[in-house]
Design a protein around this ligand. Sequence first.
Ligand SMILES: [Zn+2]
Length: 238
Amino acid sequence: MTALDVAPEVAALVPQEDLVILERQAATTFECLRCRQPGRLPETPAAVILRRDGDVMVANLAHRSCSRSRVLETPGLAQAVTSPAAGSEAIAIAAMLPAGEAGFFTPALLVELETTVSHRVPETGDRVDQVLSWALGHGLCLMPSMDVLSEPVPGWAVEIRGERGLRVESPGDPLYDGELTVVDAWRNAVAQLRACYLLLGTGLHLREAPTPEDVLRRLDHAAETGWLAAGLVVVRLS
Ligand SMILES: [Zn+2]
């Protein structure tokens, strides 16, 4: 028996690629759907719980000691995830990321939406991540293809309010409205550029990342696996 328990009824619905991604992410960390405590594969055996509402399915992990692998019918799930901008909890981190030549850093804002949704498009059978496909449909691009000198993406804006206020506008909807901790180097760089890179991802567990190096490692990993959207966006300081 492996460390990841997948019931036949779950395996019948979740594409193998999704399970591979889930398992890979859980090797960094996962949050148990039941007790909300962290775990990590393979040290902590886990079970895949698939929450389902019609065509919309969300695969989560639980400690195997907390739940067996199963399909959980979850009415209302589809509504909660069709508008990622409205329904998600988000976390934002300001970071200086290495860019271009060695020793050169550029300001970036990392926003993690705490919804990992794999949605099967009925017409094509394609597997897409709701949040990412929504972001890509609104002008962001997948991280590896990010053009370092690109123009700001229309419709997106980052507003820094005073010492700690942050608002991220996406086309049509506010994406994040909350607090942000910034260091002077980041604030100065952003004030000069009037722009920063916005990186948008899911399943990164940035809240549990203990160090900046760990944040970078998780971003690299997400970029490699194609689960990170990015774009240059204008910044307003007020
Ligand atoms: Zn648990």
